[in-house]
Design a binder for this molecule. Structure first.
Ligand code: 6PG
Length: 483
């Protein structure tokens, strides 16, 4: 019993995590249901470190030092459930099971509570960065008990990405906090990707640019506050020419975006919490709309297309000004989208007593993960200066940036609407900012309507705590104060 940690499930992600651990000097027990995977890992990479291959779960568990720590990296859902059932009878109080998959946080909470009864620590751990990140340094978001982090933290921090020596891994909070934060990370990822896609579409269809020209624009934006991994890979995808047709690769891909659920979870959870995350929701809906192939064909065939006008650009300078306006709209929208994601984490954290350090979340997303970006430094700093920020929008760095971006952003959203180019995430993000900055919202009218048809009551601006109702159905329509 000497292995520092075990990895159960040796698909690409699991195998890469195991290799990353071994390469950092940890002795790693490895097990896979089909032994061929284990053999392959040892054959190809056995020399990278100290692997302890096991032929069955009992030997796997027996090879671990106490308190035992097992990372499971199998199909989320039924796969994870089955492995937990198999492992938990073999474990002892104090041992730790880590679920490193993209698991819905409520499932994690349930499993954590039930394993706690056996004295087993269950850690829902977000891991971002894809296959390469798992091998070379992911961003890691573990939840669970303090005791489990005391045992796991040093191992996980050693294998995570680092920025200036600071690991992209921290204890997120108890229970399902780790998987919750990973879920919102993915929701933000959806929004960020959709915003970039909308920017591309506007450059192509409103500014009339070619795909290689647009790739250059994204490379150019890398030198701005937009600098991020997603911007980098966007330029690379746009650069690719399809060898079979000689066309831009982006033109040969079917334009229906897939999804495995994390964006929908983020949106659904926000609805349950009553938190507005319109950019994330629109990004998720945009994937669904793109995939509504039959409806898209029917609407096109029906010729529903009146009234579009595209601005003409008389000079190159005018077009360049539009390109720059799109950059500003993208940056403003990005600030709004991240503000929404952080708001969702803050709200859940307050409701569940998780005490999540929002600045630390931005810090561990600076490298390793899909949304890594220069911009996250600003978020970390903003929460460092004021941990009680009511919203990221009011951090001085972002309120300044929003004021700079808003004029251009409004023009871009108008141009998109006039041109018939869908920009749901740009538009929803702008509306979000406009809602939050409004002195008065038409929500007052909604309260009036609710009171009219359902006696749902309202508060008055001159008595914000009193509960009022108008006797709408009676002559005179008198106002009553109910409490
Ligand atoms: C990451 C990614 C990763 C994965 C998602 C994408 O952080 O490494 O978010 O978790 O790419 O599963 O999900 P969709 O398939 O829904 O786009």
């Amino acid at each position: 019993a000497s292995a520092d940690i075990g990895v159960y499930g040796l698909g690409v992600m699991g195998a890469n995590l195991a290799r990353n651990l071994a390469r950092h000097g940890h002795s790693v027990a490895v097990f896979n249901r089909t032994p061929a995977r284990t053999e392959r890992l040892i054959d190809l990479h056995g020399g990278e470190g100290d692997f302890v291959p096991a032929a069955d779960p009992a030997h796997f568990v027996a090879s671990l030092r106490r308190p035992r720590a097992v990372i499971i990296m199998v199909q989320a859902g039924a796969g994870t459930e089955a492995v937990i059932e198999q492992l938990s009878p073999l474990l002892e109080p104090g041992d730790i099971i880590v679920d490193a998959g993209n698991t819905y946080y409520a499932d994690t909470e349930r499993r954590e509570a039930s394993l706690r009864e056996q004295g087993i620590h269950f850690v829902g751990m977000g891991v971002s960065g894809g296959e390469e990140g798992a091998l070379l340094g992911p961003s890691i978001m573990p939840g669970g008990t303090e005791a489990s982090y005391a045992r796991l933290g040093p191992l996980l921090e050693s294998i995570s990405a680092h920025v200036d020596g600071v690991p992209c891994c921290t204890h997120v909070g108890p229970g399902g906090a780790g998987h919750f934060v990973k879920m919102v990370h993915n929701g933000i990822e959806y929004a960020d990707m959709q915003l970039i896609a909308e920017a591309y579409d506007l450059l192509r269809r409103v500014a009339g640019m070619s795909v290689p020209e647009i790739a250059d624009v994204f490379r150019d934006w890398k030198r701005s506050e937009l600098d991020s991994y997603l911007i980098d890979i966007t330029a690379e995808v746009l650069d690719r020419i399809d060898p079979a047709t000689g066309e831009p690769f982006v033109d040969v891909i079917v334009d229906a975006a897939g999804q495995k659920g994390t964006g929908a979870w983020t949106t659904r959870t926000a609805l349950e919490l009553g938190v507005a995350v319109p950019a994330i929701a629109e990004a998720t809906f945009a994937r669904a709309a793109s995939s509504a192939t039959a409806q898209r064909a029917a609407v096109r065939a029906a010729g529903i297309n009146a009234g579009t006008t595209r601005p003409g650009f008389a000079t190159a300078a005018e077009r360049d000004a539009f390109v720059d306006a799109v950059r500003q709209a993208l940056y403003g929208s990005k600030i709004a989208a991240y503000a929404q994601g952080f708001d969702e984490i803050a709200t859940a954290s307050a409701q569940r007593g998780w005490n999540v350090d929002l600045g630390a979340m931005a810090r561990i997303w600076r490298a390793g993960c899909i949304i890594r970006a220069r911009f996250l430094d600003d978020i970390t700093r903003a929460y460092g200066e004021d941990p009680q920020l009511p919203t990221l929008l009011t951090a001085p760095v972002f309120s300044r940036a929003l004021n700079e971006a808003l004029p251009a952003w409004r023009q871009v959203v108008s141009a998109a609407a006039l041109g018939g180019v869908p920009a749901p995430a740009f538009a929803a993000s702008l509306a979000y900012v406009d809602q939050l900055r409004a002195r008065r919202l038409p929500a007052a009218l909604i309260q009036g309507q609710r009171d009219f048809f359902g006696s749902h009551t309202y508060h008055r601006v001159d008595d914000p705590v009193g509960v009022y109702h108008v006797l709408w159905a009676e002559p005179g329509r008198a106002e009553e104060k109910w409490s």
